[in-house]
Design a protein around this ligand. Sequence first.
Ligand SMILES: [Mg+2]
Length: 520
Amino acid sequence: MILRFRQHVTGYLHANRVNVTGNRQPPLEATGRAGITWEPHPPIGGLAVTHNSYAVHNSYPVMCRACGQAGFIGGDAPPHSCPACHSTDIRSHEELFQLSLAHVDCDAFYASVEKRDDPSIRDRPVIVGGRERGVVAAACYIARKFGVRSAMPTWQALKRCPDAVVIRPRMDHYVAIGRDIRNRMLALTPLVQPVSIDEAFLDLTGTQKLHGCSPAEALVRLQNSIRDEIGITVSVGLSGTKSLAKMASDRDKPDGFFIIGMAESRDWLAPQPVSVLFGLGKSAVARLEAAGIASCGQLVTAPADQLTGILGRRAGAIRDLAAGIDPRAVTPERDVKSISSETTFIKDLGSAAALEAELEVLCQKVSTRLKAQNLAGGRVTLKLKRPDHRILTRSQTLSSRTDKAHMLFTVGRALLAGELGGKRRYRLLGIGAEQLGPPDGVSLLDLAGDTDARQDSLEAAIDDIHGRLGQDALQSGRVFTRQHRPERDPTRQRAALEKLDEEDDGPKQDPSDNAGKTSG
Ligand SMILES: [Mg+2]
């Protein structure tokens, strides 16, 4: 039985000192304010007691990020500082002890690691990436103030921030640190779904008993252990769905802890731009905006017919996202063996120009997904299906792994060339990257005089434009001709290209498909 008595002292509720959930109560002497204590919150999972059945009038769930204390505090308003340690770094939210889905994201990961390893650059703008012809892989928060962004060509970044320290990426080093962080996450819950080297979703439902604390407190401990033992900061978003958790972690960076409650989610989302929705492709965002649907609130209230016209069959799921509904579960890591994309034509294709245009679009898609997952392929496989449904595959192993669309296309085109000519026609074309691993990092470096490096920086610039304006904003002449000059290419299959485009949009089961993701 829990005893409770009230004694108002400087506006706070003096609660009992029965320790329900563990040893989290501070000694009275430590508070510095005699008689003010934390009212421990009940174990949420095990006993199925919510704070509502336990809370008294004007009792606020509060957690201190500095000292780790958590519980209910009474008063007329949530406190401004921690009664135990006086830190103002506290979080108070109605659903603080109920929410269990989190997105954890390292802050400017590569740059933070470099600053950790070399304290002399701690207060300087740092760019991790290649010089001259390279691109920015990560920029620290000081460099970002100058407008430096990931995937920006380094020369452009240096124009904006001439004093920046440019450091060549050390991928193996980052991967090892990322693995350490991942293991700490896995110590909290087996339900860890990595999105990239430095971020993951965590589902902490049902872990309260194990940890003797709420998910929020466990996450603060994780944050503190990464900061104190690894030496970099992470931002946490806590909510009830993946989409909301991802938005929350973006909201309070660096070293943030942001909470979006389920009860407030719809109101919270209403004024936000549709681009915040996790899993919504860039081209879908552009189409919504073109139709005058700029905010989540507008998306929720838009006529169903109009949304279906813009978003196709995913309209319902996307509208749900905008209303705070996201049924996607956190699915633990599974090894990705290959990343591929294929398309079936309405009419069989035989011309090199048409097939190459299709291949280029597919390579772009595969490349986007590789980059989003921080993976690169060491082997490229071309897949063709003949009119009689017989499948033909041709593969080539690369000298070094790549995530670049132009490299995939070069190899794929060479493989395709051997299968063209005569009366040969195909009903399906696909391209895949296998033997996946982290990118070799070569593409980020400046290789003077190397045409690949030139192609790489061109591709980075194209990625940047696609990221900001959608995939249709910039097209190669090959793809443009195929899409816009049907009279010159009677075999053009507009429907096939549109089908591809649709695959890009809408919420996906796999958040790692989220295109345009860059480190940081
Ligand atoms: Mg990050």
